[in-house]
Design a protein around this ligand. Structure first.
Ligand code: ATP
Ligand code: MG
Length: 148
């Protein structure tokens, strides 16, 4: 599918950059005029994926997180979040609701479940020792009722 516009940013895996990534998503998607709800869903999904890269991927190391946002034809939003951290051993298990490897930090194990329910598609690629890539897509509605 053709890309109408895109942005790529890379930032160090430090917690303030979770907020920065949400702000970048909002700023970039202004051009497709999403509804308040659509934007909130996408921001939350991005926040979960970026937080995972920061707290799990780079738990014992430092590195960068890459965020790519594309606007495809048909008002489809494509988002890729990539880290080069520790990777995930068993992706299927990691994606099960309530599964977490950090219960002592009071993590709920719901990040992937949130991404899954707020976005139309979620794809996770990961290799132990190499890192994790999360790809998500969401098709926006026509949004003709929204006042400009
Ligand atoms: N980028 C990543 N790198 C390494 N491991 C990851 C990454 N993302 C997720 N994981 C693993 O998958 C598990 C499940 O992730 P998920 O986001 O669903 O829950 P959580 O982060 O543990 O808790 P919550 O998101 O509710 O705070 C994590 O506990 C972690 O073990
Ligand atoms: Mg999480």
């Amino acid at each position: 599918m053709n890309t109408r516009n895109q942005i790529k940013i890379s930032f160090p895996a430090i917690s303030i950059n979770e907020r920065v990534s949400r702000a970048v998503v909002s700023a970039f998607l202004v051009q497709v005029d999403p509804t308040v709800e659509e934007l909130a869903d996408i921001r939350t999904a991005v926040s979960e994926a970026v937080t995972n890269s920061i707290v799990h991927g780079y738990r014992k190391s430092e590195g960068n997180v890459d965020l790519q946002i594309k606007i495809l034809e048909n008002r489809e939003v494509y988002i890729r979040i990539k880290d080069r951290g520790c990777g995930i051993e068993d992706i299927k298990k990691a994606m099960e609701p309530l599964y977490t490897t950090a219960p002592e930090e009071e993590r709920a194990g719901l990040g992937f479940a949130v991404m899954q329910s707020f976005m139309d598609k979620l794809h996770v690629r990961s290799k132990v020792g190499e890192g994790t890539t999360v790809i998500m897509r969401k098709k926006l509605g026509d949004n003709q009722c929204q006042t400009k």
